[in-house]
Design a binder for this molecule. Sequence first.
Ligand code: ATP
Ligand code: MG
Length: 569
Amino acid sequence: MTTDSTPSPNFIRNIVAEDLKTNKNNGRVHTRFPPEPNGYLHIGHAKSICLNFGIAAENGGLCNLRFDDTNPSKEEVEYVESIMEDVRWLGFDWDDRLFYASDYFEKLYEYAEELIRKGKAYVCDLSPEEIRAYRGTLTEPGKDSPYRTRSVEENFDLFQRMRAGEFEDRSRVLRAKIDMSSPNLNMRDPVIFRILRAEHHRTGNKWCIYPTYDFTHCLSDSIEGITHSLCTLEFEDNRPLYDWVLDQLDVPCHPQQIEFARLNLSHTVLSKRKLLELVEQKHVTGWDDPRMPTLSGLRRRGYTPESIRNFCERIGVAKRESTVEIALLEHCLREDLNKRARRVMGVLRPLKVVIDNYPEDLVEEMEAINNPEDLAMGTRKVPFSRVLYIEQDDFHEDPPKKFFRLAPGREVRLRYAYYITCVNVVKDSKTGEVTELHCTYDPETRGGSSPDGRRVKATLHWVSASHSQEAEVRIYDHLFTKEHPTDDKEVSDFKIHLNPNSLEALTSCRVEPGLRDAPPGSRFQFERLGYFCVDSVDSTDAGLIFNRTVSLKDSWAKIQKAQKKKGQP
Ligand code: ATP
Ligand code: MG
């Protein structure tokens, strides 16, 4: 993988460095990224991916991709494929280390038998409701199950018959025998196998019992020789159970679980369950809707993998929960696109301009710079002719103070072309709407400067009417109007905060002719407007469709200033 900058220290990097110094794990570093295939990956997962693959790469170690697929009913092949595509797109490679927790079902069954043999697990016939009632609360200890004292032989026999399918779903479970009065509820004889007749996407109908997450995860880590098992903070209370299971059993190794704070991002939600709700209820067009915080949505929107990796590095890794402004993600994207995106001209809301004194049949090829940040990207020719389009809001018939763009009698510069002066305004006789401007140009100002040193206060982008290509442009805004849509205690449904104006489709835009064959996914800066990319799903030969990736206006600097004032880092 490529590192974009020198990694900055964080507490996990420090732990790994220390372990290497003391030769713990014989100097090995082996991590894993363990998604559950029950949805598409989102930007929060990118943090975990960058951390796991990054830590391994920085230390000459390895990182596995493991599907944590112990939950048969919710998992689908579509998700497995999208997850692999997204991890690869981000720039990471698991080589031949692609694993599935379901590949370990037999092994996990044997480990469960080992626990039974050691008197550390028992088959419990309490109903799920009874188990919950017996568990106690944070302030009260739990009660022992009446089945807790079953003999090893009886447990052995019942567990085998559970596997053989002799019992109904939910009628029995296998539980670890730990401590019903533990202050940690996870340690109160947790369920480790349950009966569930459900078809699994990989094992089909082979199994009617499935191991729980807690039992599966630590053992999968150990089977794969993981050294550092990095997970999010909500698993902190599961760590004693992680360690307990590995301590009881004869396992290949005992990885160290380390928790870090998950990424929360403003103006969106990062939970697969909630994102699925948006997809299923058609609030968005799919998991890859350009408004979604999923990696496939961000990719379709025009995000680069480099900008996301850079973002993940900048937000850092800590133990404390916090919410990151979506403006920072956008800032990282602008930084990257500024360096690499070709500048072009596109007019989103066209207003016709006729240059009265320009020859009817003349077409001039104006030379335009592809990227002032990188002159090696060269120049291109843009056709200029008598009839042009400019942006509607670059003209004001009755210009307010501080409006320096085009107005009656006023002269402005057309980028890479000429100075023009507005001499006449044509309006729709019924609506009063401005439909056309008549201007004159000064032939002496070719290239955009005047030999007599005359200055103009504005430079406008434009396209030639007859040469330009029609396109649809989709402008996106935040998916939610509220900064923290799920924090609102007043409403029960976070979807109330969906932004009704998160998508605006402009269907009669005009772009330079050079964009006619721009391939899906290609990115550009439309001068003065922002960064845009060709939609990779809906754009076809019949119609060119752009997504606005991000505007040019960077709100991050402003937010940073305000945070500094408030004394936040
Ligand atoms: P979600 O809450 O979105 O459903 P999850 O935690 O259930 O996510 P998993 O598929 O289990 O999703 O996640 C795979 C890995 O990604 C886990 O190690 C998890 O801790 C990590 N992860 C998930 N969400 C985030 C996040 N917002 N920030 C950082 N890491 C995350
Ligand atoms: Mg999960």
